[in-house]
Design a binder for this molecule. Structure first.
Ligand SMILES: Cc1ncc(COP(=O)(O)O)c(C=O)c1O
Length: 372
């Protein structure tokens, strides 16, 4: 049997809790969604949570709220090419232009020096991904945005794509609590799954209020819509979460702490075992950056040979995300990205999740140490 790179972490009582909702006569957005949001807020330390039906919807809504309509056709978003396509296609869906930022080969996050170089008066937003759960240096990013504001008189919004980063922390505080708009994913194979779903975490009460409205057509759900339909002052989307997904999310919310802890423990084991192994380069581990290790990214020589050897040994490995900038659909935005060119052909993930046993992680480390 192959040791998988991804597996659903589902709490034992999730079927029962979802079934309760299914037979309750009310399965849309209701009390379970509210309860799930309170639970998320408590974990992150930020009350301004608005759940949605996916992180993709959350990113779409965040960009809609913060980057606005691109009236002059020149509005651009600085973004990473090393991510799941959802991060970037939502920028295009908001009719904004992509401006690729290079990758820091040490962290696989965006190169913040390149962010600083590429901000212009047309920069509406900066989207960063905490790749594999490793936090971006948010203090340095804030300094860069402060400087841009001084220079251009505009302040680009910062959106943190936290799809990999449930349970990660930056300088001792949970990701999601550093004053930016943050988007989490509760899709099937994330640390915390709601079956499918996501959450926006907003920095102000006003943005929170708008996000909660715009996730459901802009209609105030607390109003008496049958007798007295409320006016819609700002149109919105159908991005809300259902009580079915919220019940699954609630069942998994507590156990997700254990899931994340096991990812971290397995990662710490690999850090010890794989440091200095010829042909393997580990990604950065800096103080204050507490990764959630959704996956365990490494850089290896001869990736194809490495993956073939691991396949033979029954260990699933893989390229985590294909670089987005080489897709035909976005060829007009292509640019020179030396950091990414250098590192992309060498990135590989190995199984690190909560399902990986002590025996299996030992076997994975020994197989890698034996060479390929
Ligand atoms: C970095 C990143 N952003 C966004 C998404 C989209 O998440 P969702 O499937 O919840 O829409 C993913 C999904 O894996 C992702 O990896």
């Amino acid at each position: 049997m192959t040791i998988p790179m991804f597996r659903v972490a589902m709490a034992k009582d999730a079927p029962e809790r979802a079934a309760e909702v299914l037979s309750s006569g009310s399965i849309g957005q209701g009390a379970k969604v509210e309860e799930f949001e309170v639970g998320i807020a408590a974990k992150i330390g930020n009350d301004r949570v608005a759940t949605v039906n996916s992180a993709t919807s959350g990113l779409h809504l965040a960009l809609h709220l913060l980057a606005g309509a691109d009236d002059d056709g020149r509005g651009e978003v600085l973004t990473t090419p090393l991510t799941m396509e959802a991060t970037n296609w939502t920028i295009l869906a908001n009719r904004l232009r992509l401006k690729w930022v290079d990758i820091d080969p040490a962290t696989l996050n965006v190169d913040l020096d390149d962010v600083a170089r590429k901000i212009t008066p047309h920069t509406r937003a900066i989207v960063v991904v905490h790749f594999a759960g490793y936090p971006v240096d948010l203090d340095r990013l804030r300094e860069i945005v402060d400087q841009a504001e001084e220079r251009f008189g505009i302040r680009p919004a910062v959106i943190e794509d936290c799809a990999h980063a449930w349970g990660a922390a930056y300088r001792g505080a949970p990701i999601g609590s550093h004053g930016n708009t943050c988007v989490f994913s509760f899709q099937a194979i994330k640390h915390l799954t709601a079956g499918d779903g996501g959450a926006l975490v907003l920095p102000t009460d006003e943005l929170h209020r708008r996000a909660r409205r715009l996730r459901w057509f802009g209609i105030d759900r607390t109003a008496d819509r049958l007798r007295n339909p409320p006016d819609v002052t700002e149109w919105g989307y159908k991005f809300h979460m259902t009580d079915i997904n919220a019940a699954i999310g609630l069942a998994n919310l507590g156990p997700a702490d254990g899931v994340v802890a096991r990812h971290k423990d397995n990662a710490a084991f690999f850090d010890r075992e794989l440091a200095g192994v010829p042909g393997v380069e580990l990604t950065e581990r800096a103080p204050g950056h507490d990764s959630s290790f959704w996956v365990y990214p490494m850089k290896v020589d001869d990736r194809e040979g490495f993956m073939k050897r691991m396949d033979e040994a029954g260990i699933m490995t893989g390229n985590i995300h294909a670089r987005n900038d080489v897709h035909t659909a976005v060829r007009e935005f292509r640019t020179i990205l030396p950091g990414l060119d250098r590192v992309a052909p060498r990135i590989v993930g190995i199984p690190v999740g909560s399902w990986v046993t002590d025996e299996q992680r030992g076997y994975i480390a020994e197989t890698i140490k034996a060479g390929w």
